[in-house]
Design a protein around this ligand. Structure first.
Ligand SMILES: [Zn+2]
Length: 99
């Protein structure tokens, strides 16, 4: 069985798929008044929008420990400010060297 992804939000579509709310998200140090610097993120709430934004973009950044993120609903005027802390998680992989 394979699940289709929503063409709007990119999430997997279960029976009663409804896109999550949208949030405008930008890194504080990348905000420059241009439209293109702000990303639209689908997420259930503002704090997870900030986390998802960092998750999607982290590989393009130089892995900062903490990032200041601004989040707001598209129709809101005022931004909410979050810090997102990046924690590295240990992963383990075994490689067979002698059989
Ligand atoms: Zn959707």
């Amino acid at each position: 069985m394979s699940l289709d992804k929503c063409k709007t939000c990119g999430d997997f579509m279960f029976d009663s798929h409804k896109c999550l709310p949208t949030w405008q998200v930008v890194r504080e140090d990348q905000y420059d008044d241009s439209e293109g610097c702000i990303e639209l993120i689908y997420s259930s709430d503002a704090s997870s929008a900030a986390e998802n934004y960092v998750d999607y973009n982290l590989e393009n950044w130089d892995y900062p420990d903490e990032i200041v993120i601004w989040v707001k609903k598209p129709n809101d005027i005022n931004w909410n400010k979050y810090t997102v802390t990046v924690e590295t998680v240990s992963t383990f992989s075994a490689t067979l060297i002698i059989e």
